[in-house]
Design a protein around this ligand. Structure first.
Ligand code: IMP
Length: 493
């Protein structure tokens, strides 16, 4: 006979955190959000901000992975793309040097100025390196800016006749502060970096410097390269993908499966563990039994959540899933029990249904070490979704789920071409601007929550947080009521 659990499962939205005593020096700026992402060798891979961008086509590409790692989190590149594309993006992140651009629009000497005027109007760029072939990685012969020609008079001239050839460049330069020094000395806002034989390697823009010099919390490896993760499926053909990703020096592998409590998942984890030393995050599970299964299979962290993603239809079409609050309570209790009995600590990642700082705080307080989000990160300029106008004329970002027709990530749902059905929808989310401008405020909000709870670290929050379930009426009080807001344009979320 089927077993029926009589206790309802709860959403993160139902909980609130009670204040605790905040000691001197316990205010928000003194709170650390450093967290354990997963086990690595005999220690842990740490993040300074507890965020993973979801392994979804609409969310994580090279730009998002770079920006999020700069801000202290980590991007996870989705499996629903060819292996070579996923590996190229891993390479893009690992080779990224803050402020050093290694492939910008480059001109050839024989291009007519009329063509450049069009490029400037289309892209908004105003400074271009000129190389012998017009390819970025070639011998630099000049620089052309929009100030070097007259838009009405010079249309028939060639780039070669208008470009500046007395180019001041850095040679074999690696450090951003050294590049800055040279730009100050030359009085320029743009510095090409050349190899010894004059081949263009990178360019640095002064206007980007501030953005790049200010990342004290970035997620980096031993060689100071940004961290990046990549998803693989449980399917045997992805064993080659695992090997390719490792060859491209990915930092962590995540198994992308809507239901991680399966024999396929165990086989994939065991394959990864036998063939590489890279950490592997298993998931998704929503029960203590599923958690223990993945730990025994060798996972270095466990991702939890089912049926609660913002555009997910799994619960509607399959009736499987669980409220994320209940999932976290049960699995974090199992994690703590395991630690007490065996001394082994397994980080837990809350995945799905988290779109704002209140839910993030509750997930962390319930025991999550980090949070994976799709919808939340899809809103930023750096996500992979296109910027489009919706029917109301607002500029929005496309966001489509991995189980939607558009993503067609059948292997995530153990489906085939013949038996495919959707477990998620396609839609839009608001566009809120660049992650660089907005995420620091969210990070500060989380720090403020911890300070109010009387905790200076996520570990302290796990130990001391007191949460309370809210009645429906109490929740109504906790939202804006009896007032019409006027500042709806200052959107953070
Ligand atoms: P969100 O942040 O609430 O939008 O949830 C994102 C998470 O939903 C992802 O990290 C996945 O775990 C999950 N997910 C992605 N696509 C689908 C889908 O099509 N159906 C169900 N869950 C999905």
């Amino acid at each position: 006979m089927a077993q029926v659990l009589n206790t309802p499962s709860h959403s993160l939205k139902e909980f609130r955190i009670l204040p605790g005593y905040t000691p001197p020096n316990g205010n928000a700026p003194n709170v650390s959000l450093k967290t354990r992402l997963c086990r690595k060798d005999d220690d842990f891979l740490h993040l300074h901000a507890p965020f993973l961008s979801a392994a979804m086509q609409a969310v994580t590409g090279g730009d998002m992975a770079i920006a999020l790692a700069q801000l202290g989190g980590i991007g996870i590149l989705p499996v629903s793309q060819p292996t070579d594309e996923q590996c190229a993006k891993v390479g893009q992140v690992k080779r990224f040097k803050a402020g050093f651009q290694t492939n910008i629009l480059t001109l050839a000497p024989d291009q007519p100025i009329a063509e450049i005027v069009e490029i400037i109007h289309e892209t908004g760029y105003t400074t271009f390196p000129v190389t012998e072939s017009g390819q970025f990685h070639d011998k630099l012969i000049g620089i052309l800016t929009d100030k070097d020609f007259d838009e009405r008079r010079d249309l028939d001239c060639r780039v070669a006749s208008r470009m500046k050839t007395d180019v001041q460049a850095g040679v074999e330069l690696n450090s951003l502060s050294a590049a800055n020094e040279l730009m100050i000395r030359y009085g320029r806002g743009f510095l090409p970096i050349l190899s010894k034989d004059g081949v263009l390697q990178a360019v640095v823009f002064k206007k980007d410097l501030d953005k790049h010099l200010r990342h004290p919390n970035e997620s980096i490896d031993e060689q100071k390269r940004l961290l990046v993760g990549a998803a693989v499926s449980t399917h045997p053909e992805d064993r080659e993908r695992v090997e390719a990703l490792i060859a491209h020096e990915v930092d962590v592998l995540i198994i992308d499966a809507s239901d991680g409590h399966t024999a396929y998942q165990r086989e994939m984890i065991q394959f990864i563990k036998a063939h590489t030393s890279a950490p592997v995050i298993g998931g998704n599970v929503v029960t203590a039994e599923g958690f223990r299964f993945l730990v025994e299979s060798g996972a270095d962290a466990i991702k939890v959540g089912m049926g609660i993603g913002s555009g997910c239809t799994t619960q509607e079409v399959k009736a499987t899933g669980r409220g994320q609050g209940t999932t976290l309570m049960e699995i974090c209790a199992a994690r703590n029990e395991l630690e007490q009995k065996q001394g082994a600590y397994i980080p837990i990642i809350a995945d799905g249904g988290i779109s704002g700082p209140a839910e993030m705080s509750v997930a962390l307080a319930l025991g999550a070490n980090a949070i994976m989000m799709g919808n939340f990160f899809a809103r930023y300029t750096e996500s992979q979704g296109n910027l489009v106008r919706n029917a109301a004329g607002e500029v929005v970002k496309e966001y489509w789920m991995e189980g939607s027709m558009r993503a067609h990530n059948m292997r995530r749902y153990a489906q085939t071409r013949e038996n495919f059905f959707e477990e998620g929808i396609s839609g839009y989310v608001p566009h809120v601007g660049s992650i660089h401008d907005k995420l620091p405020t969210i990070i500060h909000m989380l720090r403020a929550t911890l300070a109010t709870a009387g905790c200076c670290t996520i570990d302290e929050l796990h130990e001391h947080a007191v949460l309370e379930m809210q009645s429906h009426t109490a929740l109504m009080d906790s939202q804006i009521h009896d007032i019409v807001p006027t500042n709806i344009d200052q959107r953070i979320l």
